[in-house]
Design a protein around this ligand. Structure first.
Ligand SMILES: Cc1ncc(COP(=O)(O)O)c(C=O)c1O
Length: 393
């Protein structure tokens, strides 16, 4: 009766079930998987959302791509990052997830393929399936830094490949796409009639300034049709406000044709509320204070993690260039799932196993750098304690 877009099995995984059971019993858990900034102890100015009550929100005169003032405010956000993006190359969405849905509908028919990175954001599996697309993976390989396996990416390419998805910096590896990688991907896409989709939601959170400066910037390109995604969720720590955007780059003719079609699709939903659009400029301006707090927390926790892990030779923090998470490689003494369940049951610390993000082998733990002190340090110590007596990986 139901479509295959929704998984047959909707039961929660063992780790979430175990965490929920412990919480129901009132157990205190150090949560190193927290990715919701509104639960992570940041100070949000109490009047931050006051602009949502602006009387401009009382008038309904929708534009499918978004109100001019809101698009201009997002264009100014790009200017902050030294990227000139005209407001008429911006389309508003309610979230980045919705942005993926619009782009998939724009570019691909049911049964077509899109290439997605691995390890990466687990939602890709579902978002592609919602639009009846096949997600074919290409690997990021860790050689001191994460790099795209270009030969593997070309092998994954099929005649039905319509787009290559990138996340930069990536969740959870924290790696930026390099200029050389972007050059290669742009050439492949332009040559084969595919588009580049670059999720930049974490672009404001830089942990390695050199890597960020050397990163490829998709919106500077004119050789390939490209879509860059952003949103208030991460850039202002406001996932509940529901404002995301797509910036369209590339050759003028292709970009114009894409925007006309996105406008048609967005007109079918008109999902971005008028109050949030009227408030966008103010929210972006005052959200900067939240962004600064998040950036400080993520940077401090990254240093804490490096300092603590340096005392445990068997564990290694993989290089993080940006974003909100870090990857810890630990000895494969047990299966990842058994390790994370045991850490939860015995040490009351919750971390993500690498397989959640499709790491190619074990044993990796992914920790969120958002978790507040002193819980972050306590949680990391509880993990590292397990491996203290081991000499090497
Ligand atoms: C890489 C990436 N893109 C997008 C999102 C979701 O953003 P939004 O709340 O705008 O849908 C997340 C959330 O964690 C993410 O990790």
């Amino acid at each position: 009766m139901f479509s295959a877009r929704v998984p047959r099995d909707l039961s929660v995984n063992r780790l979430s079930a175990a965490a929920a059971a412990l919480r129901a019993r009132g157990a205190a858990i150090v949560d190193l998987t927290e990715s919701n900034p509104t639960r992570a102890g940041f100070v949000y100015p109490p009047d931050l959302l006051a602009p949502l009550g602006d009387p401009r929100g009382l008038r309904y005169e929708p534009h499918p791509c978004g109100l001019a003032a809101a698009r201009a405010a997002i264009s100014a956000e790009y200017a902050r990052r030294d990227l000139p993006v005209s407001p008429d190359r911006i389309v508003l969405t309610a979230s980045t997830s919705e942005a993926y849905g619009l782009i998939f509908k724009l570019l691909a028919d049911p049964g077509d393929d899109v290439l997605v990175p691995r390890p990466s954001y687990p939602l890709f599996e579902h978002l592609t399936r919602f639009d009846a697309l096949n997600a074919r993976t290409y690997d990021l390989e860790h050689h001191g830094a994460w790099r795209i396996d270009m030969a593997g990416l070309e092998r994954a390419w099929s005649p039905r490949t319509r787009a290559v998805l990138l996340v930069s910096p990536n969740n959870p590896t924290g790696s930026f796409v390099t200029q050389a990688e972007l050059d290669r991907l742009a050439a492949l896409c332009a040559d084969r009639g595919a588009a580049l989709v670059v999720d930049e939601v974490f672009a404001d959170y830089v942990l390695d300034a050199g890597a960020a400066a050397a990163a490829g910037r998709v919106l500077e390109r004119s050789d390939v049709l490209a879509f860059a995604l952003g949103g208030l969720s991460k850039s202002a720590g406001l996932p509940q406000v529901k404002l995301g955007w797509i910036a369209i780059g590339g050759p003028a003719g292709a970009a114009r044709a894409a925007i006309e079609r996105l406008e048609f699709l967005a007109d079918g939903y008109l999902s971005v509320s008028t109050p949030v659009q009227a408030a966008a400029a103010d929210l972006l301006a005052s959200g900067a204070a939240v962004r600064a707090q998040i950036a400080r927390r993520v940077g401090d926790n990254h240093h804490r993690l490096l300092a603590r892990a340096a005392r445990v030779p068997a564990c290694r923090v993989l290089r993080v260039e940006g974003g909100w998470s870090a990857v810890l490689r630990v000895p494969a003494l047990a299966a990842e799932e058994d390790l994370v369940l045991d850490l939860l049951e015995r040490d009351r610390v919750l971390a993500h196993p690498g397989y959640f993000f499709d790491f190619p082998h074990e044993c990796y733990l992914v920790v969120s750098l958002l978790t507040a002190e002193p819980a972050f340090a306590a949680g990391v110590d509880r993990i590292l304690r397990r491996f203290e007596r081991l000499e090497t990986t």
